[in-house]
Design a protein around this ligand. Structure first.
Ligand code: PTJ
Length: 249
């Protein structure tokens, strides 16, 4: 339990930080995850700790893309599990996706702890424990995926991914949706749909869009995806950081 006064100007940011600390204590989040969170916070501060309009558009496109997918998989690492366990379970339900634990610094203990934590938050089956598939172009431990999970997916959501793995996954031809607060990161740059927003805002917002679009015809969903301009979204995020505005021209 932590006491952060509601009126503290950085209330949300401090609570998020405590969730990551708690994740480390539970054996869910790696110590590297603390550093990753610090890096993310810096960008979030520069973006004004809000969902800019271009990020909202990316979140809508992500929702449409997940609804169109034959086999969508949501990747969960130690930071994602600590920050948005329930929200990931909910998104998986709304778009009919599978959840797969997929770690950068893989240990079997942490994979099991994260799967268990997701079960506690309402998840059914969680993939990632078999790890009988490989992403080409990565060293052994970092390449591991489930062959009938991410290995077989056509659309993959990878929040807070390391750049090498994001690039290797994109090279397999899967449609990659990345959530990353740094618009210049290789993960964001290699994504078909880069979502430049904090995962704590992004995931619930993708779910909200998915609920709204649940009954939309396929051609409407396809048009939303086709109209999404990844270069423009990345440029808008960079502009928001540089100017302090909302990134719109
Ligand atoms: O649990 P594991 O072993 O899979 O490890 C997970 C981390 C995140 C530690 C690992 O993938 C890693 O080291 O990633 P990087 O290379 O630090 O990249 C993380 C990216 O996520 C950075 O570009 C951060 O800016 C961004 N980021 C950090 N926190 C958030 C974030 N983006 C959105 N929301 C956040 N809360």
């Amino acid at each position: 339990h932590v006491d952060v006064p509601e009126d503290h100007p950085r209330h949300d940011s401090l609570l998020t930080r405590h969730r990551i600390e708690d994740g480390v204590d539970r054996g869910i989040t790696s110590r590297q995850g603390l550093i990753a969170q610090g890096r993310g916070e810096a960008y979030d501060y520069l973006l004004g700790e809000r969902t800019i309009p271009s990020a909202d558009e990316a979140e809508r496109a992500a929702a449409a893309q997940l609804l169109l997918a034959d086999h969508p998989v949501l990747s969960v690492n130690g930071n994602v599990a600590a920050l948005v366990p329930e929200e990931m379970v909910e998104l998986a339900e709304v778009v009919g996706a599978e959840l797969e634990v997929n770690l950068f610094n893989r240990t079997e203990e942490r994979v099991a702890a994260i799967a268990e934590y997701l079960h506690e938050h309402g998840a059914g089956e969680v993939k990632g424990l078999r790890a009988d598939g490989r992403i080409p172009g990565l060293s052994h431990e970092r390449a591991k995926v489930d062959s009938d999970g991410i290995g077989d997916a056509d659309v993959v959501l990878v929040p807070l991914e390391d750049g090498d793995r994001a690039e290797a996954l994109a090279a397999t031809g899967k449609v990659e949706i990345v959530i990353d607060l740094n618009p210049l990161s290789r993960s964001a740059q290699s994504a078909a749909i880069p979502v430049v927003d904090n995962i704590v805002r992004a995931v619930p917002n993708i779910t909200r869009h998915a609920r709204e679009l649940a009954d939309a015809p396929r051609d409407e969903l396809e048009a939303i995806v086709a109209d999404f301009d990844r270069e423009a979204a990345l440029a808008a995020a960079e502009r928001a950081i540089r100017t302090g505005g909302d990134g719109e021209e």
